[in-house]
Design a binder for this molecule. Structure first.
Ligand SMILES: Cc1cc2nc3c(=O)[nH]c(=O)nc-3n(C[C@H](O)[C@H](O)[C@H](O)COP(=O)(O)O)c2cc1C
Length: 218
């Protein structure tokens, strides 16, 4: 039954994908601000104990047009600013295509092959963090394959893991439970936050993100 619901969601999503992306004009200022925050190196590194890991794609995306900062990255920037935490962007060795349709093709192939796309950058010392937020977009009802690569490359045992994601209709698509099952030696919270990508780019998205962090006790 669950499979059937997921399949229908994917079919609906694919129909939207075929009809093309929206072309909304987005605030480039907001993109710049998010980039500044994400590129800012925290000097309080060893004290912060919280790491925000995220994967996010730039280029042409569904419902938001062409973006210089991805939706999940924008969400991560709100979190980084509010928590004064360190952040780590998962950067693929092979950049995903800027073209939305091309990216769908690459992602489909990776999912079918259960691939583990390589990550080009590294976290110096993950052992200094007690809490790791993991953020990603939903890709075909799942976590992008490269986020599986991340979860397998690092020792996350004993840490509190808090997932968050953006999507265009699928919510978290069961991925918080997927992470919980995968990282059985971590304390995975399943009360993550799933924001629609388009909303993540607005003040409402920022407010929802901060309210969620407050509810979590931050
Ligand atoms: C390859 C691919 C597959 C996607 N599959 C889904 C999906 O199954 N369900 C959904 O709601 N959104 C899906 N989306 C939309 C993204 O989850 C959404 O646009 C997200 O906010 C993108 O985040 P980013 O800008 O951080 O990459 C997909 C997008 C791409 C590129």
């Amino acid at each position: 039954m669950k499979k059937r619901i997921l399949l229908s969601l994917l079919v609906i999503f694919e129909l939207f994908a075929i009809t093309g992306c929206g072309n909304n004009k987005l605030s480039q200022e907001a993109d710049k601000k998010a980039n500044d925050i994400l590129n800012d190196k925290n000097e309080t590194k060893s004290e912060s104990k919280i790491l925000i890991v995220y994967f996010s794609r730039t280029g042409e995306n569904y419902n938001v047009g062409n973006v210089e900062v991805g939706n999940t990255a924008i969400m991560a920037s709100y979190m980084k600013e509010y928590l004064n935490a360190d952040s780590f962007e998962i950067i693929p060795v092979n950049k995903y295509p800027d073209s939305y349709d091309e990216c769908l093709k690459v992602a489909t192939k990776e999912k079918n092959e259960n691939a583990r796309p390589a990550i080009q950058n590294k976290i110096d010392d993950i052992s200094i963090y007690d809490t790791v937020f993991i953020g990603y977009p939903i890709w075909w009802g799942d976590i992008p394959q490269i986020v599986y690569t991340f979860m397998e490359e690092y020792d996350l045992s004993g840490k509190t893991i808090i997932p968050f994601n953006t999507h265009e209709g699928s919510g978290n698509s069961g991925t918080y439970n997927t992470i919980k099952n995968k990282l059985s030696k971590s304390n995975v919270k399943t009360n993550g936050l799933a924001l629609q990508g388009k909303v993540a780019r607005t003040d409402k998205g920022k407010e929802e993100t901060i309210n969620w962090l407050k509810e979590l006790g931050y």
